[in-house]
Design a protein around this ligand. Structure first.
Ligand SMILES: Nc1ncnc2c1ncn2[C@@H]1O[C@H](COP(=O)(O)OP(=O)(O)OP(=O)(O)O)[C@@H](O)[C@H]1O
Length: 253
């Protein structure tokens, strides 16, 4: 079943096109990678999907509902099922709270989902349960963000992102602020969570190696245009676009 359908969307900043007639879809339970260099339109695409930016033409459908037409309660409902994990966990966690409180913030905002997913569990018990899924120990949960390593903080963000069991998880360069050895651990964690939760991923990154590891399919963006879409298994095929080949060379796959 199609979860997200992006239909011919365009967005300009002044006269400059940031997204130029982009279309793609994501099926339930699959992972799509979006790769592109700086300025290719990746952030604009994410903001458009999250309704943080308007679009000039086209439609974005999530479960057949036009995201940009939703208001109030309907829009709020949508965000139970779309969660985002950002590049820098330090800026997305509240420095003044022990991390377990940040982890359960989405679930405390959506009580109906709490009752369905975690009946009779206290918020701290939910944090323990979700923390365990991302490899955090109970002793980490009562710490403040500055007391944890970058990798541990990103695990907290991932725990928060999956706590509602969203149908779509948007990953915005989730490993690029981390040391290389930690990047691999986080990618492996995301891969196992994808399998366990059957959540769909939209993984936005400039790192083709990471995208290939985690995603079933890949789209390549350049200057706001979608150049091609292919299965991750076909990344090294001769028919790849010249620009994709350049990215591959640059990433030394
Ligand atoms: N608020 C804005 N005002 C004007 N131009 C913008 C704005 N946001 C983005 N742009 C322009 O739109 C284009 C796409 O930018 P975008 O941030 O989406 O790219 P990106 O692929 O996410 O880049 P990066 O990887 O560096 O974050 C760029 O040319 C950028 O300069």
């Amino acid at each position: 079943m199609t979860l997200l359908k992006v239909q011919s969307i365009s967005k300009n900043y002044g006269k400059l096109p940031a997204l130029d007639n982009i279309s793609f879809s994501i099926s339930e339970g699959t992972a799509l990678g979006v790769v592109g260099e700086s300025g290719s339109g990746k952030s604009t695409l994410i903001k458009s999907i999250l309704s943080m930016e308007s679009i000039h033409s086209g439609h974005i459908l999530f479960l057949n509902q036009d995201i940009h037409k939703l208001k109030g309660k309907q829009k709020r409902e949508l965000y139970k099922d779309i969660q985002i994990i950002m590049q820098d966990p330090s800026s997305s966690l509240n420095a003044k709270l022990p991390v377990w409180k940040s982890m359960v913030e989405p679930i405390s905002n959506f009580r109906d989902r709490k009752d369905t997913l975690y009946p009779n569990l206290s918020l701290f018990d939910i944090a323990k349960k979700v923390g365990k899924m991302v490899g955090l120990k109970e002793e980490h949960l009562t710490k403040y963000p500055h007391e944890l390593s970058g990798g541990q903080k990103q695990r907290v963000s991932i725990a928060r992102g999956i706590s509602l069991h969203p149908r779509l998880l948007i990953l915005d360069e989730p490993t690029s602020s981390l040391d290389v050895s930690i990047q691999a651990q986080i990618l492996m964690l995301l891969k196992s969570l994808k399998k366990e939760l059957q959540t769909s991923f939209l993984f936005v990154s400039h790192d083709l190696t990471a995208v290939r590891f985690l995603c079933d399919e890949i789209v390549v963006l350049k200057e706001g245009k979608l150049l091609e879409r292919f299965s991750s298994d076909d990344i090294l095929k001769e028919e790849r676009h010249d620009y994709t080949k350049q990215l591959i060379q640059y990433t030394a796959i």
